[in-house]
Design a protein around this ligand. Structure first.
Ligand code: UTP
Length: 297
C-alpha cells in the first residue's frame, strides 16, 4: 500500500531577485495577494491535502516568514478586547501547532534541488510533498489534494504538469511522455530548461511534487545541471526505470507564476475578482481603464 503523505517541504530560501528592490527586506513569500501572503496560500493547500508537518527551507533575511506563523499575543488580546472576532478567526489560520513546523537553513542559494536536499534529515524514509509558494494555483479542489488522491493509486513520484506554448518550454522542466492517460502521464524522461526547439513535449513541470525518499538520496549524488545548479528535475529523472515510476499530473485549476511580476499582478486581479467584498469595485475599475484605453487609441 502507498504510504500517506503527511510531510511537506516549502523551499523559501531563494533571493527573489525579480522583485528587487522589494525583496531586499521583504521575503517574496510574505508579499500579499489581496490580504494573504503567498506562503499562506501554499500552507492552506497543504493542510487541505492532509499535510501535518511543515518543513521550511529558509535563508538569511527570512525572519518575517518565521514570525508570520507565531502567535501574536498582544495583537490577539487587543482584537479580543475590541470584540473583533472575525479578525481573530483570520489570524487563527496563520497559527501552527507547536512542533508542526520545522525550519532548516540553506546556507547558500544553490538552487531548488539543493534547497530540498537541505531538508533530507527531517524527511526520513517516507514520501514528501514539495510546494513552491511562488506557484499559486486557484482550483476548486486544491492542487496538492488532487495529486495526493492520484498518488494513493500510483505511488512512485508525481509532479504537477501543465501544457505551455512551445516558445515557453525553455523556462521549465519538461516531461518526455511514455504513456498519456489523460489526467496523468507516465514519464520516460525529464529535461530541465530545454534549449529552444529541443523540448520533448509541451508538458511543463510546475511547483508541486510528491517525491519518494530516494529522490533526496539522489540529490546527494546529482551533479550540477542546467544553470550550474543542482536540479531537482535531474534527481527525479534518476528514478525513472530505477526504483519508482514518475508521473506527471495534469491538475485542474489555474496556475499563476507569482515569482514573476506579470504573474503576480494577474493573480492579484484574479483573486481580487474572486472576492465578494472586492469584486464590484474592482471590475468597475478594470472596465473604466479598458474604456479609457480604447478611447485613447
Ligand atoms: P526561483 O527560481 O523563483 O528563484 O525559485 P528565486 O531566488 O526565488 O527568485 P528570482 O529568480 O531570483 O527572482 C523557486 C523556488 O525555489 C526556492 C525559492 O525560494 C522559490 O520558492 N529556492 C530557490 C530556494 O529555496 N533556494 C534556492 O537556492 C533557489
Amino acid at each position: 500500500m502507498t504510504r500517506k503523505v503527511t510531510k511537506a517541504i516549502f523551499p523559501v530560501a531563494g533571493l527573489g531577485t525579480r522583485f528587487l528592490p522589494a525583496t531586499k527586506s521583504v521575503p517574496k513569500e510574505i508579499m500579499t495577494l489581496v490580504d494573504r501572503p503567498l506562503i499562506q496560500y501554499a500552507i492552506d493547500e497543504a493542510r487541505a491535502a492532509g499535510i501535518k508537518e511543515f518543513i521550511f527551507v529558509t535563508s538569511r533575511g527570512k525572519g518575517a516568514l518565521e514570525d508570520y506563523f507565531d502567535h501574536a499575543p498582544q495583537l490577539e488580546m487587543e482584537l479580543a478586547q475590541k470584540g473583533k472576532t472575525e479578525l481573530l478567526d483570520t489570524l487563527k489560520n496563520t497559527n501552527m501547532e507547536s512542533g508542526a513546523v520545522a525550519y532548516v537553513r540553506q546556507h547558500k542559494p544553490k538552487g531548488l534541488g539543493h534547497a530540498v536536499w537541505c531538508a533530507r534529515r527531517l524527511v526520513g524514509d517516507e514520501p514528501v510533498a514539495v510546494l513552491l509558494p511562488d506557484d499559486v494555483i486557484a482550483a476548486e479542489t486544491p492542487c496538492l489534494k488532487q495529486m495526493v488522491e492520484a498518488y494513493a493509486e500510483t505511488g512512485g513520484n508525481m509532479v504537477a504538469a501543465m501544457e505551455v506554448p512551445a516558445a515557453k518550454t525553455s523556462s521549465y522542466g519538461v516531461l518526455d511522455v511514455a504513456e498519456d492517460m489523460g489526467h496523468m502521464v507516465s514519464v520516460k524522461g525529464m529535461v530541465e530548461k530545454p534549449k529552444p526547439g529541443t523540448a520533448p513535449s509541451n508538458l511543463a513541470v510546475i511547483g508541486r511534487y510528491i517525491l519518494a525518499p530516494q529522490v533526496l538520496d539522489n540529490l546527494d549524488s546529482t551533479q550540477a545541471g542546467a544553470g550550474g545548479e543542482i536540479q531537482l528535475t535531474d534527481a527525479i529523472a534518476k528514478e525513472i526505470g530505477a526504483n519508482n515510476n514518475v508521473y506527471g499530473y495534469r491538475f485542474r485549476g489555474q496556475r499563476f507564476d507569482c515569482g514573476s511580476k506579470a504573474g503576480f499582478l494577474q493573480a492579484t486581479v484574479s483573486f481580487g475578482l474572486a472576492r465578494e467584498d472586492l469584486r464590484d469595485d474592482l471590475s468597475q475599475f478594470l472596465q473604466d481603464i479598458a474604456i479609457s484605453q480604447q478611447a485613447a487609441e
